[in-house]
Design a protein around this ligand. Structure first.
Ligand code: SF4
Length: 390
């Protein structure tokens, strides 16, 4: 039985608008926006970034998930994994009876034609989609248009014999889904995490090198059967939409320069392609913190978002280069005036830091949140900061 796929919602937008507002809206945040993105209370001043929080893709994915629950109240509704990288939102969905295929005890083998499966904003691999389709599940596809745009380019690369070099995290669902698009069209891919990895690849492009060492380093980040001497001869650039924009652009330049050296200007177009696949929401949020740090002298910055949220981690990276920065998962991380729990840049684990907030005198705090963080968490952070500074 062919799957039924909903790609444009389920005609229940108005029906779920109230509960969405109740779960994620913040009156305090609306006030701050209306007050030139500034909040003042006693010795505390908070400067909120002008672009922050839910992006259009996340907004739509969460909306569709709520519509799905409302449309299929009697059927099992699954998510393939986290709908977005925010524990608060995922817990809300669990509380509504939505099940997660990634949870212990759950398995795709349990799914059949009566089940409904929501595909997340960052998409799923071709293999998983095929499997769900084969089982006859009803699918609600929330894959973001900006991710689909990356896929379109990756498929085009594969069809014209170009290897997709993807700036991304090989363990991230979106990058795995993007890579699977290349493979499905018979193409190769290579995922590079950062500038250092890109430099290594560029060295190989220019001068060749030790094939075995290359495969040792990139074997798990490349398509099966990847041959660097063959598959680096024609390259198309792509990226995970939530990476640091400046880093994606820099990697693009590095690879382009290496291909230019290797093949010369006349043949460059036959060996190198790139399209702009940076998501505008990611770009806007990164630009907004740069503007905030330029326009306001803040003592510290608080960045709110899930620790596994790539775009939140990148916002924290930008801020940490300029001011003391604390990436917190939720308002409960603000333990006291003296103590904060946070994840340092580039580390996996949360730590506790003491003496993070000036105990007396005026304090100016920069505030932003990742694309998967609802406004009510930002509002709760502001309320806690106000209480600490009272
Ligand atoms: S971060 Fe960009 S690509 Fe990802 S869901 Fe949001 S808008 Fe879409």
């Amino acid at each position: 039985m062919p799957s039924l796929i909903f790609r444009k919602g389920l005609d229940l937008k108005d029906a779920v608008a109230g509960i969405l507002a109740e779960n994620y809206h913040s009156r305090v945040v609306e006030q701050i926006k209306a007050n030139d993105f500034t909040y003042t209370a006693g010795r505390l001043t908070v400067h909120l970034a002008r672009e922050f929080g839910f992006c259009y893709g996340v907004d739509r994915a969460v909306d569709y998930a709520y519509q799905t629950r409302a449309r299929f109240p009697q059927q099992r509704v699954y998510l393939t994994g986290e709908i977005i990288h925010n524990p608060h939102v995922n817990d809300q969905l669990r509380a509504m009876g939505v099940r997660f295929m990634s949870d212990p005890g759950e398995s795709i083998d349990q799914l059949g034609p009566r089940d409904v499966v929501i595909l997340p904003a960052f998409g799923v691999t071709v293999q998983l989609l095929t499997d769900l389709d084969r089982r006859g599940c009803t699918l609600v596809d929330t894959t973001c248009g900006s991710v689909l745009n990356v896929w379109k380019n990756v498929r085009r690369y594969a069809q014209s014999g170009f290897t997709s070099v993807i700036h991304g995290k090989v363990w991230h669902e979106e990058t795995q889904a993007t890579a699977s698009q290349a493979v499905e069209r018979g193409g190769a891919y290579l995922v590079v995490l950062n500038g250092e990895e890109a430099e290594y690849v560029c060295g190989y492009i220019r001068n060749g090198g030790d094939r075995a060492a290359f495969l040792e380093r990139f074997g798990s980040a490349a398509s099966s059967g990847f041959e660097p001497d063959r598959d680096l001869a024609r390259i198309g650039l792509a990226n995970q939409t939530t990476m640091l924009m400046s880093e994606s652009l820099a990697i693009g330049e590095l690879v382009r320069a290496a291909m230019l050296d290797r093949w010369g200007a006349d043949d460059l177009a036959a060996h190198y392609q790139a399209f702009d696949t940076i998501c505008s929401a990611t770009q806007d949020r990164q630009d907004a913190v740069v503007d905030l740090l330029r326009d306001h002298h803040v003592d510290l910055v608080v960045v709110v978002g899930g620790y596994n949220s790539s775009n939140t981690a990148n916002l924290a990276r930008i801020c940490a280069a300029a001011r003391p920065t604390f990436h917190i998962a939720d308002p409960a991380c603000l333990v006291s005036v003296d103590e904060i729990r946070h994840r340092p840049i580039g580390k996996k684990d949360e730590i506790a830091t003491r003496g993070w907030l000036p105990a007396a005198g005026p304090v100016r705090i920069g505030l932003t949140s990742g694309a998967s963080t609802p406004d009510n968490l930002v509002g709760a952070v502001v309320a806690t900061l106000e209480a600490f500074c009272a």
